[in-house]
Design a protein around this ligand. Structure first.
Ligand code: AMP
Length: 286
């Protein structure tokens, strides 16, 4: 089937009328565009698992704070459409701001506890914006499965909490983080890094891997592990640390004793660019 591009909700619903029904599955990959290898992987996994696949491209203003990079966030619609066409996507939903947030818009989704640490703590209102746009997209495109990246693991937890609490009939799938060869998690924001910053950025994943090693070797004092991680990050003078924490992977609450799987998550700034990453530290042999 040829790719359909819809900029209105009515247009998206029209395209969905030709989608297979009755026992077949519809997929959705929500994105903010400027598609890269990370999105590519999500789309490929979704394409394999679903009979009909929509990708949404919308730089969602409500998840950006007033001092954040909404205006400079990369946008590249032509190449996004080419990539979606190449990957066999059925529908690209690319609404304008007024289609999603008309002047009369008044409703937002607020999710408690799982948003209180990590990015939720440093980006007030961010997950309120994320949950609101995801709920809108689920309502508009009615997927059976929606795909999210592990790079934004807290986002997946927030969305799963919303799906459970609001009884939404959708399966949330998480896809592992895609990395550059030197380990840096691929992100739309990486293109704003200068050469020296790009090199320095690898310290985040190196630190998270080091933390994972400490945990798998039996470290139990999360505070001590965290301090060791912070010491590693501080060796890179271009990097400012926003947070580095070890959290329970289900609740996203910081742990003090490591007694089961933990997620090590960090956010750093390099100049004006903010980067996040995380790894699951889980002893698979128990
Ligand atoms: P974004 O366009 O940045 O909002 O990302 C859209 C989706 O792609 C989110 O679910 C992200 O978690 C996911 N994503 C972004 N970067 C990566 C990556 N490097 N690997 C896997 N998924 C990613």
């Amino acid at each position: 089937m040829a790719l359909v591009v819809a900029t209105s909700i009515a247009g998206a619903r029209e395209a969905m009328e030709v989608a297979p029904k009755g026992g077949s599955s519809r997929g959705l990959v929500p994105t903010m565009g400027a598609l890269h290898e990370g999105h590519h992987e999500l789309i490929q996994v979704a394409r394999r698992e679903c009979d009909w696949l929509a990708v949404s491209i919308f730089v969602n203003p409500t998840q950006f704070g007033p001092e954040e990079d909404f205006d400079t966030y990369p946008r590249d619609l032509e190449s996004d459409l080419a990539r979606c066409r190449q990957l066999g996507v059925d529908l690209v939903f690319q609404p304008g701001r007024d289609e999603i947030y008309p002047a009369t818009h008044r409703t937002f989704v607020e999710i408690e506890t799982v948003t209180s640490h990590l990015c939720g703590r440093f980006r007030p209102g961010h997950f309120r914006g994320v949950a609101t746009i995801v709920l809108k997209l689920l309502n508009i495109l009615e997927p059976d499965r929606a795909y999210f990246g592990e790079k934004d693991a807290q986002q997946t937890v927030v969305v799963r909490q919303m799906v459970k609490d609001l009884h939404l009939p959708v399966n949330i799938r998480q896809v592992p983080t895609v990395r550059d060869t030197d380990g840096l998690a691929i992100s739309s924001r990486n293109r704003h890094l200068g050469l020296r910053e790009r090199k320095a950025a690898t310290v985040l994943f190196r630190t998270l891997k080091e933390i994972r090693t400490m945990v798998l070797q039996g470290a139990r004092d999360a505070g001590q592990v965290r301090r060791n991680g912070l010491r590693l990050l501080s060796r890179e003078p271009l990097v400012q640390v926003e947070y580095l924490d070890l959290v329970d992977p289900e609740t996203m609450q910081p742990v003090s004793r490591i007694q089961g799987p933990v997620r090590a998550a960090g956010a750093i700034r390099l100049g004006r660019v903010r980067l996040i990453d995380n790894v699951l530290c889980e002893d698979r042999d128990g």
